[in-house]
Design a protein around this ligand. Structure first.
Ligand SMILES: Cc1cc2nc3c(=O)[nH]c(=O)nc-3n(C[C@H](O)[C@H](O)[C@H](O)COP(=O)(O)OP(=O)(O)OC[C@H]3O[C@@H](n4cnc5c(N)ncnc54)[C@H](O)[C@@H]3O)c2cc1C
Length: 426
């Protein structure tokens, strides 16, 4: 039976909603303050994204322990997250899950996964803890409309037509448009959503014949086709695919360039430094040594350094029309300069977005300036709270998006419990 009056309604049974629900309900239990916490989940399956995340393993967070460094992984949010992360970030999340029996293990690249390697462990933990704390969960029921009452609190209309009155309301609806509509109706500005974390499609280029080649590090410089053109740089592992370019560095690049790329119709020029960051004089020196030390070897059989993929080296020779059977001693000045230029700054036309990576998030959402980031309470509407991806915050791939859900959900839950069920006169 759906109660007609509760103290807290949370719209959205995702990671942010569950973290807030558990935190608020546990704090109320501990302080003996009564008041029901109700989570409304529009679909039959709460925490669906957690279940499918990280290729079924759920990349819960990232081993970045310093809140000041952590904010550097959020193209939207950034420095504004210093305050929230100084109270609840990676260390607190890891401890929070461990206290509830879920241990995390770190991979070489810093990503943290449940030691079971199964995302279902995270879902089970959150559902069990919510149930233990007395959180009511209603699935297959969406929040459709919310209006603020003059004396405080909110009147809610659900998709089924049911009406519920609540003292406090938390919107944790992720990137779903219904949450944006609800926030806008309650006085908020919604920064238009655009996709983030995608791969890049190249205009018909023979580079894609090298699908599977990984270069680490590769330096990327993207100049978008928009007006004015915008420049973005990243460096790290790069994967060539049969449609273009992928890998963590491309996902990071597209996350930071998400808005500029959208404005440019996902077109631009990508300059790739295949040289591992070697300068022009360093490459000239290296080539001089190769002409001397490998003089009798053919170009195809002696690539400049071992980490340079042989397939890529042959491709560059071919593109420049340089005969691979040439001996190093016979490499002339002009082809040498062309090779050095190709290694340092090959240019590719970007034709659009490729498929998304394993993780997909939306940039945009409720403007951060309208939310008190110490409590996640709206500065437009007392008693209204927001957490998770509904906010104009998104991170790069690697567990940072869930981390923001744990942080904002926990802060909201704490603040809601501290404000008390009748904080708004309900
Ligand atoms: C395939 C995939 C893999 C990912 N992998 C990772 C990863 O490994 N690590 C990581 O950090 N991030 C990952 N992400 C991103 C991460 O899943 C999201 O950032 C995160 O789920 C956002 O959490 P949230 O609680 O804000 O919203 P959501 O998880 O989207 O949850 C919101 C919930 O609200 C419900 N809802 C919407 N509107 C209403 C309404 N009006 N009333 C009631 N309910 C409503 C929705 O049905 C949904 O269940 C991945 C994303 C995808 C798509």
């Amino acid at each position: 039976m759906l109660p007609s009056q509760v103290s807290l309604v949370i719209a959205g049974g995702g990671p942010a909603g569950f973290m807030a629900a558990i935190t608020a309900a546990e704090a109320r239990l501990a302080s003996g303050v009564p008041g029901a916490v109700l989570v409304l989940e529009a679909t039959p399956e709460p925490l669906h994204k957690v279940l499918i995340s990280g290729g079924g393993r759920c990349n819960v967070t990232h081993a970045c322990w310093d809140p000041l460094a952590l904010v550097g992984h959020y193209p939207r949010g950034g420095k504004a997250l210093r305050g929230p992360f100084s109270r609840f970030a990676t260390a607190e999340s890891v401890a929070w899950f461990e206290r509830r029996g879920l241990t995390l293990v770190q991979e070489a690249d810093g990503r943290l996964f449940p030691s079971s390697q199964r995302s279902s462990s995270v879902v089970e933990t959150l559902r069990r803890e919510a149930s233990r704390a007395g959180v009511l969960l209603l699935t297959g029921e969406a929040l459709q409309a919310a209006s603020a009452l003059p004396a405080g609190g909110f009147q809610l209309r659900l998709r089924s037509g049911a009406q519920v009155r609540t003292d406090q309301l938390l919107l944790a609806t992720g990137s779903h448009p219904s949450g944006h509509r609800l926030a806008a109706a309650l006085g908020h500005t919604v920064v238009p959503p655009v996709p983030s974390l995608f791969t890049l499609r190249l205009v018909d280029h023979p580079l894609v014949d090298l699908a599977g080649v990984v270069m680490d590090p590769a330096g990327l410089e993207l100049t978008t086709a928009g007006t004015p053109p915008r420049r973005h740089r990243q460096s790290g592992p790069l994967l060539i695919t049969h449609w273009g370019l992928s890998g963590p560095t491309v996902l990071r690049l597209t996350a930071f360039a998400a808005r500029d790329l959208k404005q440019a119709g996902y077109r631009g020029e990508l300059k790739v430094d295949w040289s591992g960051g070697r300068s022009q004089p360093q490459l000239q020196q290296l080539f001089a040594e190769l002409r001397r030390d490998q003089a009798r070897k053919q170009l195809t059989n002696a690539r400049p350094w071992p980490e340079l993929s042989r397939r890529l080296w042959l491709h560059l020779l071919d593109r420049l029309g340089i005969d691979g059977e040439l001996r190093w001693a016979d490499l002339g000045r002009r082809p040498q300069e062309a090779l050095i230029e190709a290694l340092r700054a090959s240019r590719y036309a970007v034709a659009g977005r490729g498929p998304f990576g394993e993780e997909f998030v939306t940039a945009g959402g409720v403007a951060l300036g309208e939310v008190n980031l110490a409590t996640m309470e709206s500065s437009r509407q007392p008693g209204l709270y927001l957490a998770g991806e509904i906010l104009d915050v998104d991170g790069v791939t690697g567990g940072f998006n869930f981390q923001h859900c744990w942080s904002s959900g926990w802060l909201a839950g704490q603040a809601i419990a501290a404000a008390g069920p009748n904080a708004n006169g309900g």
